[in-house]
Write a protein that binds this ligand. Structure first.
Ligand code: IFM
Length: 485
């Protein structure tokens, strides 16, 4: 006998997500200036195959068709990011109206199709001018290690809030600040490609400050109904064994991956163990009086991005000898974990691998949703990203069959349901990603889209996962068992 489907709460937002640099292209049009990702991707050897976001999937010109596609798929919500250098090219001063008009048009089109927009203000494309500027004269250089960047972000947030505040209700300040800080300034596999552990810790703090200042600036512009949150990519970090050494490794990575953001944002603190673990590198004197009050701006929601868990142990001898290792975002001789390398080893979690070599384990998502329910009581949660890359190709019938992605989505959405039944207030799920796109250091070699893009012709073909997801969005019910199509 067929068992009942898993029913999601009424009003649950079924969405898909993208980011400006990954899809827009039009890198030099209408006054847009280079971001750190333009500079990085044009630097030989930084991105696989020398790929850049110059054209990406040409969404800047195809946005009307893309919105129609979303409507055909029955999406209830669409999460996209605004390109900072498109609306404020130098990262300071007045906005470029043509840039804002692009987003006004996009939002109006979404609303006309009954799709709720969720705006992310920062998904990694810092104006290059801000990376090059360091008014404080700090030896750690410009960009996020420079305090002024947080104030520039607040100005930019106010500009976008003023322009779109009458029509957008859901706002996320930052996407995955861990990547901006620790991959951008620590391991250097992301833009701007710097490899300075102290700069990475300073960047993390200034991103926290930018979140708080940005949320304040948005609040001043937005109507009371608007909801302001942030999208983090907390690590579901597990100890290899229950030994004291492995538990300590877990604690260290939890501090550097998770609590370095949730401490300031949820509790207004940097935990003592994090400060102690990194004391060899910095005394944290870049944290000024009052900063931690600002970073703790009340959250109307917390966005959780999840792909895969991490398994850690006390450092093995080989690892300690081999130095920093691949971390799943690109290879680097430098570590994204300041102060943790000689103490921690990473292990492959069990489970099948996606094309990113990331193990499939939906239980990490349930765990995180329950953990943040406990850590942020009363704050609604959204899964603001979840999905998988596979080597999808059109078949002879011209269709793109991606059963592995459907299976991945099924198991992770069931994991969300599980968390809801266990008491998590999860209000929506955003599939990453709507379209195949520029996957950062991996260029166009990794396809995360529910919609296939032919990069020669820019033709869009919804994969079987897109059709599967459309049924889910329409019914709000997930079949209990995964059934191959
Ligand atoms: O493509 C990225 C996205 O930009 C941020 N979160 C993870 C995705 C997959 O790597």
């Amino acid at each position: 006998m067929a068992r009942e489907n898993l029913r999601f709460p009424p009003g649950f937002l079924w969405g898909a997500a993208t980011a400006a640099y990954q899809i827009e292209g039009a890198a030099r049009e209408d006054g847009r200036t280079p971001s750190i990702w333009d500079t990085f991707s044009h630097t030989p050897g930084k991105v696989l195959g020398g790929d850049t976001g110059d054209v990406a999937v040409d969404h800047y010109h195809r946005w009307r068709d893309d919105v129609r596609l979303m409507a055909d798929l029955g999406l209830i919500s669409y999460r996209f990011s605004v390109s900072w250098p498109r609306v404020q090219p130098t990262g300071r001063g007045p906005a470029v109206q043509r840039g804002l008009d692009f987003y006004r048009g996009l939002v109006d089109e979404l609303l006309a199709h009954g799709i709720q927009p969720m705006v992310t203000l920062y998904h990694w494309d810092l104006p290059q001018e801000l990376e090059d500027a360091f008014p404080s004269g700090s030896a750690a250089g410009g960009g996020w290690p420079e305090r002024d960047t947080a104030y520039r972000f607040a100005e930019y947030a106010g500009i976008v809030g003023e322009a779109l505040g009458d029509r957008v209700e859901m706002w996320s300040t930052l996407n995955e600040p861990w990547c901006s800080a620790f991959l951008g300034y620590g391991s250097g596999v992301h833009a701007p490609g710097r490899t300075d552990p102290v700069a990475a810790l300073r960047a993390a703090h200034h991103l926290n400050l930018a979140h708080g200042l940005g949320a304040q600036a948005l609040r001043e512009q937005l109507p009371a109904r608007a909801r302001i949150g942030v999208s983090l990519n907390p690590s579901a970090v597990r100890p290899l064994t229950a030994s004291a050494g492995d538990l300590d490794a877990r604690r260290r990575i939890d501090a550097l991956a998770n609590r370095v953001f949730t401490g300031p944002m949820l509790r207004g603190t940097y935990d003592d163990d994090l400060v102690a673990d990194t004391a060899r590198l910095t005394d944290w004197s870049f944290v000024r009086d009052d900063d931690l009050r600002i970073t703790r701006h009340p959250l109307d929601f917390l966005g959780i991005n999840y792909y895969s868990p991490a398994v850690v142990s006390a450092a093995t001898e080989e690892d300690a000898a081999a130095g920093p290792r691949k971390d799943g975002h690109g290879a680097s001789e430098h570590s994204p974990w300041p102060g943790a390398d000689e103490h921690v080893s990473f292990h492959r979690a069990p489970g099948e691998l996606t094309a990113m070599d990331w193990p499939v384990d939906p239980t990490g998502l349930t765990d995180l949703l329950l953990e943040y329910t406990a850590q942020a009581p009363g704050v609604p949660l959204y899964v603001t990203e979840n999905g998988a890359a596979y080597d999808d190709k059109p078949g002879e019938d011209g269709q793109v069959h991606d059963p592995d992605r459907v299976r991945y989505l099924h198991s992770h959405i069931a994991a969300v349901h599980h968390a809801i039944l266990a008491g998590a207030d999860v209000r929506g799920y955003f599939l990453w990603s709507l379209l195949d796109n520029f996957e950062w250091a991996y260029g166009y070699s990794k396809r995360f889209g529910a919609v296939h893009v032919d990069y020669e012709t820019q033709a869009r073909t919804p994969k079987s996962s897109a059709h599967w997801y459309a049924k889910l969005a329409a019914s709000g019910e997930l079949p209990r068992e995964y059934v191959a199509d």
